[in-house]
Design a protein. Structure first.
Ligand code: C2E
Ligand code: CA
Ligand code: CA
Length: 660
């Protein structure tokens, strides 16, 4: 659009001056000068009137006999023109009207002087005196800046009147008339020529500055578009992460200086990877756009903003007065997305539409809070929402012991854990039900802080998963198990727990392969436990990793079976070597319903083929149940507590010698 206008201007500038000009551009030219022309017309009118009145003195001197008439006419024209001008100016008349007032003032002024002056008895003096008619032409063409047509008409009427007076007076000879006539005509011609040239120059200057303005506007628009682009997420058109960081700083400084509290709401689309796999990436993108739009509308109503924080993670920043208001806004967000009704088939939690998990944090008068922390807290709340079954809202609770500073300490600890020897392994025996012998051990990780106090896995494992440290820790665990427990032949088989993060980490299977090679351990002696409770999206990345591990001969065990939604579908997808039934089922067998349930689960798993292990054997009765139910392996405090490798081996040897 801008380029079109620039092209039109350039074409106009190239035109010869006699060619008709572009109507639109001409109009813009006059419009651009409108205010200036109005002021000039008014000031010019006043100045011209002063000079016109001053010439009364010359009338008295040159044509004294008719001076009374010329002076009366001068005053009449002056008063009339001045009154007209002021009236039109004050009623906001346009510049064209004001120019017309000036032009008619010139003609009237000229007539008011020339007509009475023509009746002077001093005819030859009067003839010379008429030369001043040229002054009126100069005024019309050069003193004012009329449009060419107005200037020309004014000048022409003066020229014609002057010519008429020459003819009518009939005085003087032909030569004299020729001299005066040609003088008037030359005045008319040259002043009109200069006036047109001036107008043309002004028009060209306008065109050049118009072009420059358009270029500047275009550059500015470009700059603004670029700026917007650098702050906008290309897919969803909401703020990108960089922009969110800037806005977060703004919200934070308003909170610091004016105590204007706000909420940080993290929103994560549930099972999005699964959505992408099922519906395709295009649909996935469309889903994100729809979710982003709905979040944007909720945020707008709350005077806040929405940004894309990661792949399927969004953040809303909005001013709120109380934590309850923050929670209610988050609930609106959750409900709004659910109500979009975007189909998300075959979800393992029973829902059939796209939903979101929401974590909320709000500003508190708590000296320990800082800018990074508010997002960190929302992140933790989001994690809690996901662990709580998703499609729900969790508000960060500073009083929750899980949310205290301990997590930060743990995170710091994990960074130095391997290198400072703060992490260690214990092994829990797994016995064969039939053999009653140690058939395997489960490896469990332990962490102690620098002062020696131990940190429970329930605390450090989630932190390690969140910060990614589990990848290093997990590899370290596999390496240590292979070296200490398997390569030494102390135990026949060892299982190690692996997190979803590890299975998604490219190169995990390769790392396991190289550990097996370095330690010379057969893959079949290593088992990896995948926890069903973890919401792993069984996409291609994970499935390929499992297939690679299986090719190495590594056993894959399904841990905590029955605690999540995924177990059954995983059983169909993956050939597990062993399924570990979660201890909660065993602990419920005192109730007939619980007992029946466990028996049903056992039948179900048995039909799928893998070996069955039951966890949490704490009593002799429970062990008896396991034996009667025909299970393959047992694990629990009754069978053996997690302990150091040497202890397990010692106990094992003790058992052997006591039985032999
Ligand atoms: P898990 O894999 O289900 O491990 C079994 C947990 O149950 C262990 O807790 C163990 O001490 C406990 N346990 C064993 N027998 C009994 C029993 O008879 N009764 C009861 N009430 N509990 C029993 P721990 O060591 O606290 O580990 C907790 C969780 O931490 C583990 O659950 C596992 O999910 C995770 N974890 C431990 N080590 C690792 C690791 O190296 N990597 C990963 N990714 N996770 C680990
Ligand atoms: Ca386990
Ligand atoms: Ca378990």
């Amino acid at each position: 659009m801008t380029q079109k206008r620039v092209d039109a201007i350039e074409a106009e500038l190239r035109k010869p001056y006699w060619a008709p000009s572009d109507r639109g551009l001409r109009q813009s030219f006059w419009k651009a000068r409108e205010a200036d022309r109005r002021k000039t017309a008014r000031a010019g009118c006043a100045a011209a009137i002063v000079v016109y009145i001053m010439f009364s003195a010359l009338d008295v001197f040159v044509v004294p006999d008719v001076a009374a008439y010329t002076i009366a006419a001068r005053f009449a024209v002056a008063i009339l023109s001045l009154a007209m001008m002021e009236w039109q100016f004050r009623t906001n008349a346009g510049a064209d009207v004001l120019d017309l007032v000036c032009a008619s003032g010139i003609v009237l002024g000229f007539l008011g002087w020339i007509v009475p002056a023509s009746f002077t008895i001093e005819q030859s003096v009067g003839e010379y005196y008429r030369i001043y008619g040229a002054v009126f032409m100069i005024g019309a063409n050069l003193f004012f800046a009329f449009r060419a047509a107005v200037a020309l008409t004014t000048c022409l009427s003066i020229l014609l009147t002057l010519s008429a007076t020459i003819l009518l007076s009939g005085q003087g000879g032909t030569v004299q008339s020729l001299i005066f006539g040609s003088f008037y005509f030359s005045c008319f011609f040259f002043t009109s020529y200069v006036a047109m040239k001036l107008e043309n120059e002004r028009y060209r200057a306008f065109l050049n500055s118009y072009k420059a303005n358009l270029h500047q506007e275009e550059t500015q628009a470009h700059g603004q578009a670029l700026l917007k682009l650098s702050y906008t997420d290309a897919l969803t058109n909401v703020h990108n992460r960089r922009s969110v960081d800037v806005k977060l700083h703004e919200f934070w400084s308003r909170w610091q200086t004016e105590r204007r509290s706000f909420a940080a709401i993290l929103v994560d689309v549930d099972f999005f990877k699964n959505f992408n796999d099922r519906h395709g990436h295009q649909q996935g993108d469309r889903c994100l756009v729809e979710v982003a739009n709905s979040l944007a509308s909720v945020a707008k109503c709350a005077d806040g903003l929405v940004g894309r924080y990661g792949g399927e993670e969004f953040i809303i920043l909005a001013p709120v007065q109380t934590s309850a208001a923050a929670e209610s806004l988050a609930e609106t967000v959750r409900r709004t997305v659910e109500q979009l009704g975007i189909e998300h088939g075959l979800r393992r939690d029973g829902h059939s539409v796209v939903t979101v998990s929401v974590g909320v944090s709000y500003t508190r008068s708590d000296s320990t809070t800082n800018l990074e922390r508010i997002v960190h807290e929302a992140d933790r709340a989001l994690y809690a929402a996901k662990s709580d079954g998703r499609n729900c809202v969790k508000l960060f609770d500073p009083k929750d012991p899980n949310n205290d500073d301990m997590n930060e300490t743990v995170a710091a600890l994990l960074k130095i854990a391997v290198e400072r020897g703060l992490v260690s392994l214990v092994y829990q025996p797994i016995h064969g039900v039939e053999s009653g012998r140690l058939e395997a051990v489960e490896t469990l990780m332990r962490l102690r802080s620098v002062d020696g106090t131990s940190v429970p896995p329930s605390m450090f494992i989630p932190v390690a998963e969140r910060m990614g440290a589990i990848v290093t820790l997990g590899t370290w665990a596999i390496c240590t198990v292979c070296r200490d427990a398997l390569a030494t032949g102390l135990v026949p088989v060892a299982s190690v727990n692996v997190s979803a993060v590890q299975l998604r980490n490219p190169g995990f299977a390769a790392a396991v392969a190289s550990i097996l090679m370095e330690t010379g351990v057969m893959g079949s002696r290593l088992a990896l436990e995948i926890t069903e409770g973890l919401e792993i999206d069984m996409d291609l990345v994970v499935l390929n990793c499992i297939a690679d591990l299986k090719r190495l001969g590594v056993r894959i065990w399904l841990d905590d079976f029955g605690t999540g939604f995924a177990g059954l579908s995983w059983l169909r997808m993956i050939e597990f070597d062993t399924v570990k039934i979660d201890k909660s089922f065993l602990h419920g067998i005192n109730e007939p319903k619980g007992r029946l349930m466990l028996l049903d689960i056992i039948t179900l798993v048995r039909n799928c083929g893998p070996r069955i292990l039951v966890e949490g054997i704490e009593t002799a009765d429970q062990l008896k149940f396991a034996q009667s139910a025909g299970l393959h392996q047992v694990q629990g405090y009754y069978v053996g507590r997690p302990s150091a490798l040497s202890e397990i081996v010692f106990l094992q040897n003790g058992k052997k010698s006591s039985t032999s």
